[in-house]
Design a binder for this molecule. Structure first.
Ligand SMILES: NC(=O)c1ccc[n+]([C@@H]2O[C@H](COP(=O)([O-])OP(=O)(O)OC[C@H]3O[C@@H](n4cnc5c(N)ncnc54)[C@H](OP(=O)(O)O)[C@@H]3O)[C@@H](O)[C@H]2O)c1
Length: 337
């Protein structure tokens, strides 16, 4: 039986949206815009006047969301780019297309797309399906389009890399090498206990810790080069999107438990405040983490997204080196900042 979403009204979105400046003249790429926070962010950026590239895997969902965004925003450019984050080949093709679409550079790449608590299966490249979708493919994408970010920063003063993490980063203690290596299908099996170390959730936690650690790596490298590219990260608290529906469908959470849990959640619009702050708020400093609090489960679930410092659990030399070296090894390329 499918999980039926609750209707949670937005509390903070409209006032926050009204406070954002025009994004006229900016080009913004967002992964995973078929639903949830990515859809909200794409819609908001279009309304604020940006050209928006929608990076999605081909499906009836991507087609439908493209049509909705196009119909609602006839004055701005909405550009679909096929990008399946389960495949490095697909990411490479997407990056080529982005170069063709952005001769004047790219102002923001928002690495938003994600999957949660899927079974222990490998991608075609041999990595964990969650780690490749949520982190490794975003690492490759960011590396491949980095010159476009440099171009926008040099001609328009700044550009931004935005990653999307989660409270689940706190469900694991340390980033572990095995999850970033070609071990897909051999990472603990299909245990689905969210609070008692179910392997699906440990893998998800590792991916979301990787999103935050990637931001810490980028921030440290970019400031050491006096770059005008900013590295930022957000989390959406507990936000009612399609993520719960797909997680229930693929056996990562029970339907009843999900229904109870979401009673304390917030809307997809309010959940998008973190990434929207990172994408669009003026005067944001590199190395900030936006979200409704920085605690774990039950303490950072909802509310307005505020800016916090990166945390020492991943912003430390050992974790940064591990993340960077193994991610470069996984994509088979150096990423030189
Ligand atoms: N909702 C929450 O409470 C919550 C909490 C913490 C963190 N997050 C994070 O927020 C981000 C957005 O998730 P959401 O909550 O908005 O969920 P969502 O509604 O399920 O959106 C996820 C998006 O990712 C896309 N995606 C999944 N696999 C993909 C692939 N292989 N290639 C390209 N796109 C792919 C989905 O596209 P398809 O239609 O093709 O599947 C969809 O557009 C994720 O990174 C998630 O980890 C969410």
């Amino acid at each position: 039986m499918p999980y039926n979403k609750a209707e949670i009204p937005s509390k903070y979105f409209q006032n926050f949206f009204n406070s954002l400046p025009s994004l006229n003249g900016k080009t913004i790429a967002i992964t995973g815009t078929t639903s949830g926070t990515g859809f909200v962010a794409a819609k908001a950026c279009l309304k604020l006047g940006a050209r928006v590239l929608l990076l999605n895997r081909p499906s009836s969902r991507s087609q439908k969301s493209l049509e909705v965004l196009k119909t609602e925003n006839s004055n701005t450019e909405v550009l679909p780019v096929d990008c399946d984050l389960q495949s490095f080949n697909s990411v490479r093709s997407a990056a080529k297309e982005i170069y063709e679409l952005c001769p004047n550079g790219l102002d923001v790449i928002c690495n938003n797309a994600g999957v949660m608590a899927l079974k222990d299966v490998p991608t075609e490249d041999g990595f964990d399906i969650q780690m490749q979708t949520n982190h490794l493919s975003h690492f490759l994408l960011t590396k491949l389009i980095f010159d476009l970010l440099k171009k926008a920063a040099s001609t328009r003063g700044e550009s931004r890399i935005v990653n999307h993490s989660s409270i689940a980063r706190k469900q694991v203690k340390n980033l572990e090498a095995s999850y970033l290596m070609k071990n897909g299908g051999n990472l603990g099996g299909d245990g689905s206990s969210m609070f008692f170390g179910g392997a699906r959730w440990v893998r998800y936690g590792q991916t979301k810790l990787a999103n935050a650690a990637f931001t810490a790596c980028l921030h440290n490298k970019l400031i050491s080069k006096n770059s005008r590219i900013k590295a930022l990260v957000a989390h959406p608290g507990l936000s009612e999107t399609e993520l719960q529906s797909t997680t229930v469908r693929y056996g990562g959470m029970g339907k009843w438990f999900t229904g109870q849990l979401m009673k304390i959640g917030q809307s997809a619009e309010d959940g998008a405040l973190g990434i929207l702050n990172c994408i669009a708020s003026p005067n944001v400093e590199s190395g900030k983490f936006f979200g409704p609090g920085m605690g774990g489960m039950f303490t950072a679930i909802k509310g307005p997204a505020l800016g916090y410092s990166l945390e020492p659990s991943y912003d430390n030399p050992k974790t940064r080196d591990l993340l960077w070296n193994l991610s470069c090894e996984a994509i088979g390329e150096e990423f030189i900042i």
